[in-house]
Ligand binder design. Structure first.
Ligand SMILES: *Cc1c(COP(=O)(O)O)cnc(C)c1O
Ligand code: SF4
Length: 463
């Protein structure tokens, strides 16, 4: 073979044009000034975490006042009606509100996550229950879920810097709304003492997820209190502070220095004790990543703090290879490791955001290989009924006609656990079947029956 031939066959990759790399220039414009009320707010003020807190939009009236001159009347009426029927408290940060494209709020992925519109609401899936993951059933102490052998979930408080439409913990998070009365999980020293006592007595527990609500709303002194108490327990080897904060109010990392120093103090003490303390955050769309997120991440990275991301797969937010690919590349670029992409849980009033198991499988197929393997998230489903998290591909049965998938979780609990695709994605005849309680039972019985016959290869049933 001549050397010329070898060169021809090498198929050298063409150079990527500068235009295709422009996504690396994260936005640094004063985007918030498009909201009329904030047109004179300078960057320094906008970056101040106290200003962000004070100007959080906490009820539909304030929201309408803030955007009435840039959103259409039709949209505003739609949001009012949406909030009227949604089982959630309202809280949205100026950062998010400023990032929404008010010329087309219907399609905007941030709007879709935080502001319900009545015209897009779909009936809930008939199998929905308020605590679909059975977090309360697996809670030995109020606000502490012990489902997996060596790790626990500690819900330290029940408030958040924003309220997401799709919150899995809508059974506890936020104030009572017109349609739901919530379980109370206040930031309360007695409750924390009980949780810590349980963890201390359970030597098998090595790993704690500190969540809520959202620990972004813990005071610096409370971060220190919980952090040091956990580090002091000999068998605790690792824990994560779980917060959506970086995605929805990144400036706090830059300007609430006492808070950021408290996290750093715990991470550094942990490192000296050979214990791993990290942050898990929750970006869902590339639109949430700006120059401010980058500055916040740079600060945390310089301090050696690992940050991982857990996204939720949502229709119209991140359910295409382009959107999810962009999210993964941008997160990796600012040193956030994409860890999980969850199937959307069954949560009241959010059926329009859910997608199918098939969508998740297809995304994984298209995205693996696009960048470092450790930055490709695991696509998972937190199964209904408390089976816990499963690799989306590991079903025993998946019937795309009924939308039912069935999983086993041998390390967690015996038996079968399932997930259901949204009704709107099914054929008209299957949609009819889901209206009949008898047929529902039959479909589930058939799925479980099929799953129990599984030996070696998953059964996929297509239309
Ligand atoms: C998700 C979760 C954890 C942590 O699980 P990882 O797979 O390690 O991220 C722990 N406890 C509960 C109850 C959870 O839901
Ligand atoms: S920040 Fe987290 S806990 Fe709070 S409402 Fe959103 S998803 Fe729920």
């Amino acid at each position: 073979m001549s050397s010329l031939k070898v060169i021809e066959e090498k198929k050298i990759k063409p150079k990527v044009s500068k235009l295709d790399l422009q996504w690396r220039e994260l936005r640094r414009d004063p985007f918030w000034q498009r909201v009329p009320a904030w047109k004179d707010i300078d960057e320094e003020t906008f970056l101040n975490y106290k200003w962000q807190e004070k100007n959080a939009v906490t009820n539909p009236k304030k929201l309408i006042k803030a955007v009435q001159d840039i959103a259409s009347d039709e949209f505003i009426k739609d949001v009012e009606a949406g909030f009227g029927s949604a089982p959630m408290a309202v809280r949205i940060s100026p950062y998010l509100l400023g990032l929404i494209d008010w010329s087309d709020p219907y399609a905007d992925p941030i709007r879709r996550q935080f502001l319900p519109v009545a015209s897009q609401l779909e009936p809930d899936h008939p199998l929905l229950t308020l605590d679909s993951l059975h977090e309360q059933a697996d809670a030995p102490v109020e606000g502490l879920t012990h489902r997996y052998p060596d790790k626990v979930l500690f819900l330290a408080l029940d408030t958040c810097p924003v309220y997401c439409r799709f919150c899995t913990r809508s059974y506890a998070v936020g104030l009572d709304t017109d349609t739901v009365e919530k379980v109370q999980l206040k930031a309360n020293q007695d409750r924390w003492a009980q949780a810590l006592k349980y963890i201390r007595e359970r030597e098998e527990v090595e790993d704690v997820v500190i969540s809520g609500g959202d620990m972004y709303r813990l005071k610096a002194s409370q971060v220190r209190e919980i952090g040091h108490a956990l580090l002091d327990i000999p068998h605790i080897r690792r824990f994560r502070f779980a917060t959506k904060g970086l995605a929805i109010q990144p400036m706090k990392i830059l300007t609430d220095t006492d808070w950021t120093d408290a996290i750093t103090e715990i991470v550094e003490r942990g490192r000296k004790m050979h214990k791993d303390v990290v942050i898990h955050t929750h970006f869902n769309t590339p639109k949430e990543i700006t120059g401010i997120s980058q500055d916040a991440m740079n600060l945390l990275f310089e301090r050696g703090i690992t940050v991982r991301n857990q996204a939720v797969l949502q229709a119209g937010v991140n359910d295409t290879p382009e959107l999810m690919g962009d999210l993964i590349k941008k997160l990796s670029y600012i040193n956030v490791q994409p860890y999980y992409v969850y199937m959307h849980d069954l949560v009241r009033g959010t059926e329009d955001l859910r997608t199918t198991v098939r969508t998740s499988i297809d995304l994984e197929k298209k995205l693996r290989g696009t960048t470092a393997g450790f930055n490709i998230p695991l696509f998972i489903v937190d199964t209904m009924g408390g089976g816990g998290k499963r690799d989306i591909h590991s079903f025993e049965h998946y019937n795309q006609k009924t939308g039912i998938s069935v999983y086993k979780a041998p390390a967690v609990k015996p038996g079968f656990f399932y997930y259901v695709d949204p009704i709107r994605t099914l054929s008209p005849s299957a949609q009819e079947d889901w209206k009949s309680p008898e047929k529902q039972k039959q479909m589930i019985r058939d799925a479980l029956n099929d799953a129990s016959k599984y030996h070696g290869r998953p059964q996929i049933k297509y239309f």
